[in-house]
Design a protein around this ligand. Structure first.
Ligand code: G1P
Length: 297
């Protein structure tokens, strides 16, 4: 990360209040953010990405029924003492060290939308732009998405920056979609953004996924924002109202994104990460070999 971009973004907001009904019964007693991809809970990938990007504070916008998330991020010395040395080290690394990072939990009691969730964090952010990470969107690759975005942010000439991927025309109705003005390498200059458009009316196939670097002015827009798609306060709509004043860029990150808000995406993420790890790759090879021999028989 270039020196001048270091510590510009001091706060990461994690909206984690959703009740995860798509994953019932797995989420009956376990927050969806704690469901594992192999052995690592989804939220841990997001925490690691935020810490690696240099943020000083993580604000979790959670729900009273999801206190297990608080237990997950806390260091548990008793548990470490009972474990073997390697396990104890892993647990320590996963927990957030409150000497190095502030951890704040605020509650979003009602599901009023992503924009409302981010607004709930307002009184707890540090000065400057904020990052928003949606842990459901797992992004893996040789460079971490938020670090890439923060490195590109000072030169993108926009106060708001959103991570983007290209999607199929039929899929645009699941995303915030940019109206694209120009592309310069990984940076996409946008002059509009619309939440979950009809495929026939979508301005492009450039879709927003869950990483944002937002100018602090976003909180004023969110406070004014009226409900949009689904009757919810949409972050997309609030960003769109500030394109003329604050500016908006998309960022085509280098990693691969998995929609772990869906069962298919969760399975694909597990298979992808298994392929990267020699300890699990052999299991996949065996499975594939077994499939082809049973087809041949
Ligand atoms: C949210 C945002 C949407 C974005 C998506 C990325 O939608 O509102 O703009 O494209 O996350 O995952 P959700 O998937 O929560 O409905």
């Amino acid at each position: 990360m270039p020196e001048d971009s270091e510590a510009i973004v001091k706060t990461a907001i994690f909206p984690v209040a959703g009740l995860g009904t798509r994953f019932l019964p797995a989420t009956k007693a376990t927050p969806k953010e704690l469901l594992p991809v192999i052995d690592t809970p989804l939220i841990q990938y997001a925490i690691d990405e935020a810490r690696d990007a240099g943020v000083e504070r993580i604000v979790f916008v959670s729900h009273p029924s999801k206190s297990a998330i608080e237990r997950h991020v806390q260091d548990d010395a008793d548990l470490r003492e009972r474990g073997k040395a390697r396990l104890a080290r892993e647990l320590k690394q996963a927990a957030i060290d409150e000497d190095l990072h502030d951890v704040v939990f605020v509650m979003q009691d009602e599901p009023l939308g992503l924009g409302h969730a981010v607004l709930c964090a307002r009184d707890n952010v540090l000065p400057g732009p904020v990052a928003v990470i949606l842990p459901d969107d797992l992004i893996v690759g040789s460079k971490e998405c938020l670090s890439e975005m923060i490195a590109a942010y000072p030169n993108c000439d926009s106060g708001h920056m959103v991570a983007t991927i290209d999607v199929a025309r039929d899929d645009v109705a699941s995303y915030g979609i940019l109206s694209v003005l120009a592309r310069n390498g990984r940076v996409i200059k946008a002059n509009g953004m619309v939440e979950k458009p009809d495929p026939a009316a979508a301005p492009s196939k450039s879709a927003v996924v869950g990483r944002y670097v937002l100018d602090a002015a976003i909180f004023d827009a969110l406070a004014r924002q009226t409900p949009g798609v689904g009757g919810e306060i949409q972050q997309t709509d609030a960003i769109a109202t500030q394109i003329c004043t604050t500016g908006l860029s998309g960022f085509a990150f280098s990693g691969q994104r998995f929609d772990c808000g869906s069962k298919q995406g969760m399975l694909a993420a597990g298979l992808h990460l298994a392929r990267q790890d020699p300890a699990f790759d052999a299991v996949l090879d065996e499975f594939v070999a077994g499939q082809s021999s049973s087809t041949a028989a």
